[in-house]
Structures are given as structure tokens and as C-alpha cells.
Design a protein around this ligand. Sequence first.
Ligand code: ACO
Length: 335
Amino acid sequence: MYTTKITGLGSFVPEQIVTNDDLAKIMDTNDAWIQERTGIKERRHIKKGDGNSTATMGAEAAKIAIERAGLTPDDIDMIIFATLSPDMYFPGCGVQVQELLGMKTIPALDVRNQCSGFIYGVSVADQFIKTGMYTNIVVIGSENHSGGLDMTTRGRSVSVIFGDGAGAAVLTRNETATQGILSTHLHSEGSYAKELSLMGPSTGHWVPELIAEDPKEEIPYFPYMNGQLVFKNAVVRFSEAINEGLQANGLEASAIDMLIPHQANLRIAQFIQKKFGLSDDQVFNNIQKYGNTTAASIPIALTEAWEAGKIKEGDLVVLAAFGSGFTWGSAMIEW
Ligand code: ACO
């Protein structure tokens, strides 16, 4: 068996910054409430007409990751694309990236695991690479939340949390050393499927447009979140996923050099940091700037941590996520 190494990282966010004060102009909320509950100061939103979509942002992030891996799009053997907000109900965004980057007719797989999507994608890529089937796989997480949120007071407990953006990683077969992904751990619990869900149709028919057509329409088209239940489950499942990874590799929490938690809510990340006795240097958070970008949050954070020089060769890097499904998981990586 081979091992799998992350050889390139990239991220892309739209230019438009939306601060908490900006949101307070369109709904009954305020900066203090949002920061106190979530840690979020601002997020990025696609601006109508700026040319960005889930697929294009993902392609931009992938382009950077591929270049940083010292590769060209022709070297990539497979695309794995994680999102809950695809441009079209079908086909998925993976095939759009294949076209946007002018890639060969390689396989393109879309992953529908919401906040855990990137970790699921990394795990799938790892299996293909370990067994020798593929050499280079690009795993992308990208979300266009803004167009589909209820940006009125009615939707404030959900809409202040989410932001747009994309991140990507190139995973490459490591021929010469054991260094790389040590293990991945994935879980789901469908009995909570409705507790964090969007029952309505696709992003091809934006919710505000549907409601404009029929103002009396009740809203299965907006995301629903049972915030307190999600919070309670998140802290338990994040911890389990990290512990599972540590135990599988015979490691203690003190061995973690960098934990990149899915950027769900700063309070969840701080709880986990405290629980595992980690210092500020051992955990990376950027939810303050981007909000919760779901499948994109881990690859954006990983990219920024790496760009800031916070991840070094040989470090133990732990990725952990929990989200809608419920789904959760972790990836243990020797960098
Ligand atoms: N601005 C101002 N007030 C608000 C807002 C807002 N944006 N949203 C809700 N409120 C009000 C409510 O109406 C309520 O008012 P009331 O007491 O008069 O009825 C009050 O604030 C408290 O509302 P709660 O929903 O009880 O607030 P809570 O303290 O639970 O915080 C939150 C809500 C932040 C969503 C919290 O439950 C949470 O963090 N849950 C975890 C969910 C999470 O992190 N989701 C991320 C996506 S899932 C994932 O990635 C894992």
C-alpha cells in the first residue's frame, strides 16, 4: 500500500465583505449577539453579477492548489467535489471543474456530506491513492450559501452564521516515505437528518425568488437548524472523532501540532480546544472572517494555516468536522 500526502492547497473567497453591522441593516440582529454566540465578525457573500458560483470558486481554489503542488490540470487523475450548494441540482460541480480547468476526461465525484464533506472527500481520495489506482486527486470544498438564506429577521438564527467560499487540496501518492494521511474516520446518524436541513428545491431556483412569486408560501426552501441540538451533538461528536483518530494511531492529544476544526462556531472550537488541553498555537480558526463555509471551511482554514507558516514538515495535523446528516469525521495527517 502507498501513503497519501497533501502536496498543494488553495482557497478562494468572493470579494464582497458583509459585516455584522451590514446584516443589522437588513434584519433585527447586532454585532454583539453574533460575536458572542458564534465569534463571527464578517463573512463573504457572492455579489450578483460578480461571476462567482460554487463551481467557479471551487475551480479557482483547485487551480491554486494544483499549481502549488507543482502540477498542471493534466496531471490530475480525479476530481472530488464536496458541497451542499451546487450550481445545479444535477449534474454536480465536479464535472464543471473538469470543464473549467480544461482537464482530461477524468472521473468527477460529488460528495454530499455538508460540513463533513471535505473530510469524506479526503477519505475517498486516500483510498483510491493508497491502493495505487490514482496518483493525484484534487479534493474541493465550495459553498454558495448567500443566495439561498432567509436574509430577514425570520431567518436570522441561521443566516448570520453562513458565508461563501472555496478551498482545495491536491492529494498525491507518496512513493518514498510513510509520511502522509495516517487514518480517516467517518460516521453518520440519519435519525437527526431533519435537525439541520434544507427541504426545498435546488439553488437553481433561489428561495427569495420563489417567495416573491408567492409571498404566502411557507418556507421549506430555507435551511432549518435546531441550533442548540446541533451544538450539543457537535461538541460530543467532534471529541469522539478526534479521540478515535488519536487512539487508532496510539497518540495522545499533546501530540497534535495543529487541529483544524470545521469552522462551525467559534464556541464549539474553543470548547474542543479546552477539552483536549490545546494551546492557541495548536488550533487554527478563521470563522471570524468567513463565517461557516460548510464543506469549504476546513480547506480554507488549512490553506491559511499553511500560508501563515503554522504547519511544518513532520507535524501532526488533525482535521475534524461535524455537521448536517448528522455526519462527522476526522483525518490524521503526518505533514
Ligand atoms: N440576532 C439577534 N438575536 C437572535 C439572532 C440573531 N441573529 N438569532 C436568534 N436570536 C434570538 C432568538 O430569537 C432568541 O430570542 P428570545 O430569547 O427572545 O426568544 C435568542 O436570540 C436566543 O436564541 P437561541 O436560538 O436560543 O440562541 P442560542 O444561544 O442557541 O444561539 C446559535 C443560537 C448561535 C445558532 C447556537 O444555537 C449555536 O451556535 N448552535 C450550534 C449550531 C452551529 O454551530 N451551527 C453551525 C452550522 S452546523 C455545523 O456546521 C456543525
